[in-house]
Design a protein around this ligand. Structure first.
Ligand code: FAD
Ligand code: 2HG
Ligand code: ZN
Length: 484
């Protein structure tokens, strides 16, 4: 039932030969041209172990120049490639579908500069997000994005997926925080758009094409990003709500009463919490055992400890009195705060331990969002666990269906139902994870035909041989019509 079974290898792509390998060794050096089976098996398999390619070659470039020479060669030879960062993507975009050459960016992991006055960080694409977080922490700054995969994902991968994460409600998306990009096009041309300016209205802002294009238009090699100062006062509360309408009202109240100090508003349903408690070691429910239907994690970040605490406590009291929250606990120290975060960030990992997972990532009007979870539950009955959680503050639902094994009959009950439902409510079939391989053919649920046509034209213009991450993002039939 995998997507790869339903598509065919594009015969216009060449097959790798020994001359190619020698050429790559000449550019990158022996040890950065990997043919070792174990390492290839790892790079061919995605984080969910759901998508598996059969690439015979993994390349580890160390500089923009090397990326450029590799792509130029691949383009002239019509060798298809997959750009790969930390390989934590959740839509099958970061691994080959067939025998595409994997270009992994992990060796390009230098921090280039940091300007303490402006807070602008310039670094190579292969820097691991958590390393950037630690670097900035020492300088008194933070990254404007944070996500559960921070220990493995790379900034280049984050930019290429336009990752959202846990702080978007406060700092906005990477389209606002990324100030510049250096990228290498399919033909090896290097595009230097590595500006460090907040404002620059000189023509089309092409860096935005690379933010969220999932490696289909070029390889991002460097990034400049705006980092906010680290503020001293952080508070985290873990709250219970009796129903979904209370979660919604709580969100509105939080925006009103916490205003500028609100830095996260995440929710999970009872089924999500159960999954985490059952599958992750050392995680416990901070609230006394009682049946609540929903849990909300609220974080505030500000610069005035007593003001922030008072504001948060007043908000909690008000919400408690108004019946919006039925129970709650405020973290007393940093360890307790991270144990609350562990519950929320642990959901994807717990799902992996529970068995097979069908993963969806929708943007929906907040009022309607949870209806989808409920309808899905009714449809699937006892045959599967349906869980709903996510970035409520951004209108982003993570709907996951968990079963012991993959089963096409289950899939047929979920799709196209969930996509049609989302489209009907004018939502997006990908709020943050992207289209990858999983949803390349589903793009029409969220974008008009004319828009997709223009995307395909841009793709053809920038990558005429279609070597960059084929079969992903756009329907392959729209970009391999033999016109190139
Ligand atoms: P990869 O997975 O390696 O690649 C992702 C895509 O980007 C692929 O299409 C790949 O071809 C392309 N790519 C990677 N690097 C480059 C590059 N340098 N140039 C061009 N293309 C490139 N996402 C969210 O938005 N919010 C979350 O809260 C969130 N939480 C997560 C939690 C967990 C536990 C996991 C496993 C994933 C989560 N994700 C989340 C998914 C998210 O997309 C990735 O974690 C992250 O942004 C991908 O970075 P990566 O370096 O692993 O990229
Ligand atoms: C998160 O917010 C990630 O935890 C992963 O985006 C969501 O696995 C998921 O469904
Ligand atoms: Zn998410």
């Amino acid at each position: 039932g995998s997507v790869a079974e339903t598509i065919q290898r594009d015969p216009s792509f060449s097959k790798l030969n020994s001359d190619d390998i020698s050429y790559f060794k000449g550019i990158l050096g022996e040890k950065n041209v990997i043919q070792d089976e174990d390492r290839l098996a790892f790079a061919n398999t995605d984080w969910m172990r759901k998508y598996k390619g059969s690439s015979k070659l993994l390349l580890l470039p160390r500089s923009t120049e090397e990326v450029s020479r590799v792509l130029k060669y691949c383009n002239s030879r019509r060798l298809a490639v997959v750009p790969q960062g930390g390989n934590t993507g959740l839509v099958g975009g970061s691994v080959p579908v067939f025998d595409e050459v994997i270009i992994n960016m992990s060796s390009m992991n230098n921090i280039i500069s940091f300007d303490k006055v402006s807070g602008i960080l310039v670094c190579e694409a292969g820097c691991i997000l958590e390393n950037l977080v630690s670097f900035l922490d020492n300088q008194g700054f933070i990254m404007p994005l944070d996500l559960g995969a921070k220990g493995s994902c790379q900034i280049g991968g984050n930019v290429s997926t336009n990752a959202g994460g846990l702080r978007l409600v406060r700092y906005g998306s990477l389209h606002g925080n990324v100030l510049g990009i250096e990228a290498v096009l399919a033909n090896g041309d290097v595009l230097d758009m590595l500006g460090t300016l907040r404002k620059d209205n000189t023509g089309y802002d092409l860096k935005h094409l690379f933010i969220g294009s999932e490696g289909s238009l070029g390889i991002v090699t460097k990034v400049s990003i705006l980092s906010p100062p680290k503020l001293s006062s952080v508070n985290v509360a873990f709250l219970a709500c009796k129903d979904y309408i209370s979660c919604q009202k709580l969100l509105l109240e939080a925006k009103r009463r916490l205003g500028e100090i609100l830095s996260a508003f995440e929710f999970l349903d009872n089924e999500s919490l159960d999954l985490v408690l059952n599958h992750l070691e050392g995680v416990r429910n901070p609230l006394p055992p009682s049946m609540h239907n929903f849990y909300v994690l609220i974080e505030t970040t500000g610069s005035n400890e007593s003001y922030d605490k008072e504001t948060l406590e007043a908000f909690l009291l008000h919400s408690m009195e108004g019946g919006l929250i039925s129970d709650g606990v405020l973290a007393q120290d940093i360890n307790q705060a991270s144990s609350f975060w562990r519950i929320r960030e642990g959901v994807p990992e717990a799902l992996m331990k529970a068995g097979a997972v069908y993963k969806y990532d929708f943007s929906l009007p907040v009022e309607k969002m949870y209806n989808l979870v409920e309808e899905m539950r009714i449809k699937l009955g006892n045959s599967a666990k349906v869980i709903g959680y996510g970035h409520l503050g951004d209108g982003n639902l993570h709907l996951n269906v968990s079963t012991p094994q993959y089963d096409d009959m289950i899939l047929a009950q979920i799709e196209p139902f969930v996509y049609e439902w989302t489209s009907k409510h004018r939502g997006s079939i990908s709020a943050e994870h992207g289209l990858g391989l999983m949803k390349a053919n589903k793009i029409f649920y969220s974008k008009s035909h004319r828009t997709v046509q223009l995307m395909a034209s841009i793709k053809k213009l920038m990558d005429p041989n279609g070597i960059l991450n084929p079969y992903k993002v756009l329907p392959h039939s729209m970009i391999c019509d033999g016109s190139s």
